[in-house]
Design a binder for this molecule. Structure first.
Ligand SMILES: Cc1cc2nc3c(=O)[nH]c(=O)nc-3n(C[C@H](O)[C@H](O)[C@H](O)COP(=O)(O)OP(=O)(O)OC[C@H]3O[C@@H](n4cnc5c(N)ncnc54)[C@H](O)[C@@H]3O)c2cc1C
Length: 414
């Protein structure tokens, strides 16, 4: 069987582009298959946690990201039930803050920087726009490549030693292989819009609202990105009877108006660009490796944007998967077990983050829990710094289960 590449990667978002760069630099021939023309919009809070910066730096993309106008953010400000708690990105316990801040940049700019860097690698071939529709499998069931269509309906097959699903929350690779599973929590949806004319402020912002929250951050070009995340039930009861985007616009405008911490921030704002809708947000997979490939980034599971760590998890996953694939390819292996170190890195580093995000979710929409937590954080800035350090991806969520951390954060002797 003739092979087109050593590794085929489906999807050129942060997970796919970072993986392509790393594999090409390790000496492997990569085919990067992307359904859309870049730059493409991606509904997102557009906030990069501090822990993303070392991944950009090591690939030589950090300076370009800054030069593109990325805004530095020094922490997170949490609003709700009349309380305000501000957490700063600073060392908590033994965890240092990489570069001391996060960044915010429009996704079409951020993702194009990574894709351009991938395409500049002589060992990367970009196949785009090309939409993958099916996965090819051997008689033993191992994945051996993919079947795809271009914009004019032309069909093609590509084959490789490994095929990687980096194709986001709706991953066709995960679906084709029957790896998707579903959570019990009610489905959540996000409405995403940008505004001009908003005073930027030095931090990212979270504003609790009925049945959900707003996440907001100033981005480049004088814009401010706002995400409203709510249960499907909230959205459908508010838009019942009404049709189309108009009703969603009204829903968003009303929610802004009734969220007293946010409304004044947007008093002189002007909308810039369309309203995007994303959801259902949570996706799960049973495992992230299989014979002939793996899933990475959102394709390997996504909880909720509240903790703002999806881009970090995509970059982290790409780094660990690249190392695992390199070892497997050198050993001429393509079975799932050859990628065990990647699966383990996910269990060690990513599963606890997904659990912490689900725990946070379960407290949302319960006013008494929200009020208690926010008043606690408001009174104990060190505790807010810890929470912000966890969502900034440099402090471990396991710290939340350590009595010593709590004693220190609440200002008592350890
Ligand atoms: C509302 C919202 C707000 C968010 N806010 C933040 C935030 O502030 N900070 C943060 O860190 N994370 C945030 N996230 C999460 C973040 O957007 C994702 O975790 C991140 O984009 C994952 O990158 P990825 O490369 O895995 O997937 P994606 O960025 O989704 O890229 C997948 C790529 O695959 C391509 N593709 C899909 N199907 C096919 C196919 N069949 N054939 C070929 N190509 C295909 C797509 O076109 C796309 O380019 C947010 C998510 C949502 C929904």
């Amino acid at each position: 069987m003739s092979l087109d590449h050593d590794v085929l990667i489906v999807g050129a978002g942060p997970a796919g582009a970072h993986l392509a760069i790393r594999l090409a630099r390790a000496g492997w021939e990569v085919g990067l298959v992307e359904a859309r023309r870049f730059p493409r919009p991606k509904p997102c809070g557009e906030f990069l946690s501090p822990a993303c910066l070392p991944f950009l730096d090591v690939l030589g993309l950090l300076e370009e990201t800054r030069a593109a106008g990325a805004i530095e953010l020094g922490g997170m400000r949490l609003h709700g039930h009349g309380h305000v708690a501000e957490g700063t990105y600073r060392a908590v316990g033994r965890a240092e803050v990489p570069f001391g801040h996060g960044l915010a940049l429009r996704r079409e700019v951020l993702d194009a920087i990574a894709l351009d860097a991938a395409v500049a690698e002589p060992r990367v071939t970009l196949h785009a726009p090309l939409r993958v529709g099916h996965i090819l499998r051997s008689t033993s069931g191992a994945v051996i490549g993919l079947h795809a269509r271009d914009a004019s309906g032309g069909e093609c097959e590509l084959r490789a030693r490994f095929t990687i699903g980096a194709d986001g929350r709706q991953s066709i690779v995960a679906r084709e292989l029957g790896l998707r599973s579903f959570g019990r929590a009610p489905a959540r949806f996000a409405l995403v819009a940008r505004y001009s004319g908003v005073d930027p402020g030095p931090t990212g912002e979270l504003h609790l609202t009925r049945g959900g929250y707003f996440a907001a951050a100033p981005v480049d070009s004088g814009l401010f990105t706002l995400n409203l995340v709510v249960d499907r039930r909230e959205l459908s009861s508010a838009t019942e009877g009404a049709r189309g985007h108009g009703s969603l616009e009204t829903f968003l405008a009303r929610r802004i108006e009734e969220t007293s911490s946010l409304a004044p921030r947007l008093a002189h704002a002007e909308r810039s660009g369309p309203l995007h809708v994303a959801g259902p947000l949570e996706t799960r997979v049973r495992r992230s490796t299989f014979d002939g490939g793996a899933l990475v980034g959102d394709a390997a599971g996504f909880v909720d944007p509240m903790t703002g760590e999806g881009i970090f998890l995509a970059m982290h996953g790409a780094a660990h998967l690249a190392a695992s694939l390199d070892t497997a390819l050198r050993a001429s292996r393509t079975d799932a077990r050859s990628l065990l170190s990647y699966e383990r890195s996910r269990r060690r580093d990513i599963t606890p983050r997904h659990r912490a995000a689900r725990l946070l979710q379960s407290g949302l929409g319960r006013p008494r829990v929200e009020r208690f937590l926010l008043s606690l954080l408001e009174r104990h800035p060190a505790l807010t710094d810890l929470v912000v350090g966890i969502t900034g991806d440099y402090a471990s969520p396991l710290a939340l289960f350590s009595p010593r951390t709590w004693r220190q954060a609440l200002g008592r002797q350890g």
